[in-house]
Write a new protein. Structure first.
Length: 500
C-alpha cells in the first residue's frame, strides 16, 4: 500500500481535502513509494489561522519556556538522527552519511536557538535627558512562513523555524513536495518536546500553496531557499503583499586555483565540493578556474579522483554518491554534458550513460568533467545542480577575479593558494557573500549568517545567525520619564522636545 503524507496543523495530522496528490519516488529505483497531499488555498488559510491563534499565547510566552522546549527538541532530534536520515535517503536519494551530515548542520541552528536569550537582549541608555531613559527591545512578528527546497529537506527548514519560534513567532512550513516526510517527522518531535499546538505547522503542495502563503494578509514574513527565478518571484510577490522576505536563490560557485596551490589538496576539494550530494546543493563548486600552467595537471588529478567515486543506492554503506531526485532532473543535467562539445568544451568525463546493475530504473547519472569551458557555454552559465564540474583556464589572477565577478551569481566562492597576500586580496575583491580560503564549501557556522550576493539573494537579510534573529523580530524604542516627587507642577510646552 502506498504511503500518504498529509498536512500537520494544530499539533496533529490533518488529511488533505483537495483530492490532489503528488508522487514521491525512491530515486534509486524510480518507483513511486509515497503520495503527498496538495493543499488548497483554504487549507493553507486554516494553517495560518491556527498559527495566528497560537501566536496570541506563544508570542507572550517567556524566553525560558521557549528555550526549554527547544532543548527537549534538540535531545529528541539527536536521538532520531538515523530515522530522519533514512527518510531523507529514501526520498531524496543522497547517501546515508550525507543525510546524517545534513541533520547535524540543522542541529547547529537548534543549538543557536536554545541560546537565543543573549541575542534578544535589548539596550538601555539612562539619563539621556533629565530623568529620561531610552531602551530598545525586539519583538516577534507573528505568523511567519518557510518555503524550502528538495535538496536539504531537514537542514534548510531547521535554518528557519528554530530561530523563528525561539523569538516568539509561529511558523507555517511548505516543504518540497518531492521529499516531504522529514518535515512531518520533525513536526512530531516538536510536539513530543512539548511545543504548543499551532506553533509549528506543515502544509504540502505546489504553486497554489506557495501563492496562498505569499498573499495571505496574516503571514508577516517569508523565508525561501531555491532557484534564482523562483527566489525572484517569491521576493517580488511577497514584498508586493507587504511582507518581509529573505529569498536565497541559485549559484554558480567558483574555485580559483593559483599556481602556488597544493594541487593534490585542490583536486581533493574540487571533487568533494562538486560531486558531494550528487552536486545537488547550492554551495557546490561547479566551476574551477585554473590560473596559469597548472590546468593540465589539475584536471588530471581531478579526473583520477572522480573516476574512483562509488555511485549506488543511498542506503548502501559502500555508496559515496546516490542518484538524482527525479528522472526529469537527471535528463536536464545530462543535456548540459551531451551538448558541451558543440559549445567548445572538452569532455574529459561523460557520466550520462551511467546506470547501476539491479537498479536500472533509478535516476542515475555518473560523474562528468568538462575542461577548457568557454564562458559562453550553457554548462558554465546555468546552475546545473548535478555532478558536472566545469574547468575554465585563465592566465592571471586578475583575469580569474574578473571572470568570477562577471557572473550574475554571488553565493559562495573559494581560493586555493599558499600566498596570504593573494588570499587577502581575493576575499576583499571577490563579489560573493561567502568566501573560502583553502576551504571549498564555506558554509558559515550557525552563529554567522548564510547568504549570497547578486542573483543569489533577494532581500536584505541573510539566513540564521544574527541576521536570522533580526529577520524574525522587529525593533521598538521606548523613551521613559518618571516624575520625581520633588518636581513642581508640570506645564504645557509646545516647543521642540529638549534632551537636556
Amino acid at each position: 500500500m502506498t504511503k500518504i503524507v498529509n498536512h500537520w496543523i494544530g499539533g496533529k495530522t490533518v488529511e488533505g481535502a483537495s483530492g490532489t496528490f503528488g508522487p514521491v519516488t525512491d530515486p534509486a529505483t524510480g518507483a513511486v513509494t509515497t503520495k503527498v497531499a496538495f493543499a488548497t488555498v483554504d487549507e493553507v488559510g486554516a494553517a495560518v489561522r491556527t498559527a495566528k491563534e497560537a501566536f496570541a499565547t506563544w508570542g507572550q510566552s517567556s524566553l525560558a519556556q521557549r528555550t526549554s522546549i527547544l532543548f527537549k527538541f534538540r535531545a529528541l532530534l539527536d536521538a532520531n538522527r538515523d530515522a530522519i536520515a533514512e527518510l531523507i535517503t529514501a526520498e531524496h536519494g543522497k547517501v546515508h552519511s550525507d543525510a546524517l551530515g545534513e541533520v547535524a548542520r540543522g542541529l547547529e541552528i537548534v543549538d543557536l536557538a536554545c541560546g537565543i536569550n543573549v541575542q534578544l537582549k535589548g539596550e538601555l541608555s539612562t539619563q539621556v535627558a533629565s530623568r529620561v531613559d531610552v531602551s530598545s527591545i525586539r519583538q516577534p512578528l507573528g505568523v511567519v512562513a518557510g518555503i524550502t527546497p528538495f535538496n536539504f529537506p531537514a537542514m534548510v527548514p531547521m535554518w528557519m523555524f528554530p530561530i523563528a519560534i525561539a523569538t516568539g513567532n509561529t511558523f507555517v512550513l511548505k516543504p518540497s513536495e518531492k521529499d516531504p516526510s522529514a518535515s512531518i517527522k520533525i513536526a512530531e518531535l516538536l510536539a513530543e518536546a512539548g511545543l504548543p499546538d499551532g506553533v509549528f505547522n506543515v502544509v504540502h503542495g505546489d504553486k497554489v500553496a506557495v501563492d496562498a502563503l505569499l498573499e495571505h494578509p496574516d503571514v508577516k514574513a517569508v523565508s525561501f531557499v531555491g532557484s534564482t527565478p523562483i527566489a525572484r518571484y517569491i521576493h517580488t510577490t511577497a514584498s508586493a503583499n507587504g511582507k518581509r522576505v529573505q529569498a536565497l536563490g541559485g549559484a554558480k560557485n567558483h574555485m580559483l586555483v593559483l599556481p602556488d596551490a597544493d594541487l593534490d589538496a585542490a583536486a581533493d576539494a574540487a571533487v568533494s565540493a562538486a560531486y558531494g550530494s550528487a552536486g545537488e546543493r547550492c554551495m557546490a563548486i561547479s566551476a574551477v578556474v585554473a590560473v596559469g600552467a597548472i590546468g593540465d595537471e589539475l584536471v588530471s588529478k581531478i579526473r583520477e579522483r572522480a573516476e574512483k567515486i562509488k555511485i549506488g543506492p543511498g542506503n548502501d554503506p559502500t555508496s559515496e554518491m546516490g542518484p538524482l531526485i527525479t528522472a526529469v532532473h537527471r535528463d536536464k543535467v545530462a543535456s548540459y554534458v551531451t551538448g558541451a562539445a558543440a559549445e567548445g568544451c572538452e569532455v574529459v568525463l561523460d557520466g550520462t550513460g551511467f546506470t547501476v546493475d539491479g537498479f536500472e530504473d533509478g535516476h542515475w547519472i555518473g560523474i562528468s568533467l568538462l575542461d577548457k569551458v568557454p564562458t559562453s557555454a550553457k554548462a558554465y552559465q546555468d546552475e546545473i545542480f548535478g555532478p558536472v564540474l566545469t574547468v575554465l583556464r585563465v592566465d592571471t589572477y586578475d583575469e580569474g577575479i574578473a571572470l568570477i565577478n562577471a557572473s550574475p551569481f554571488g553565493n559562495g566562492t573559494a581560493i586555493f593558494t599558499r600566498d596570504g597576500g593573494a588570499a587577502r586580496r581575493f576575499q576583499l575583491e571577490v563579489e560573493a557573500g561567502m568566501v573560502g580560503v583553502n576551504v571549498p564549501i564555506p558554509v558559515p557556522v550557525g552563529y554567522h549568517s548564510f547568504g549570497g550576493w547578486k542573483d543569489s539573494l533577494f532581500g536584505d537579510h541573510h539566513i540564521y545567525g544574527n541576521d536570522g534573529t533580526h529577520f524574525y523580530t522587529r525593533g521598538k524604542v521606548v523613551t521613559t520619564r518618571w516624575p520625581d516627587p520633588a518636581d513642581g507642577p508640570s506645564a504645557v510646552d509646545l516647543g521642540f522636545p529638549r534632551n537636556h
